[in-house]
Design a protein. Sequence first.
Length: 108
Amino acid sequence: MLVPVRPTWKDRYPLVPIERYAAWTRDDATPFDPWIRTQVGAGGTVAAASARSSRITGTVLEWERWTGLALPEDGEYVFPGGPAPLRVDRARDVAVYWEPGVWITHRA
């Protein structure tokens, strides 16, 4: 079975690429992230990490409402609860966010 996982603490490290984050371990050699650690503890194996697991696109105004932030210029923004930066293009009135994810395999 293949399980898509949204790491619990990734939003604390939004600038760290998901591939590196998913490989982090604690002193006891278990995964750093609690949800990845839970899956591995249940017998799962980290199969892959994807920086572009799902895409969320909206207008600049929509993203300002969703995040509670002003997005006054083009560029990347870190937002509360977001595990990766948001990319804003004001000229096109679009903001794009790619949700990162980790794939865990479990034997049936």
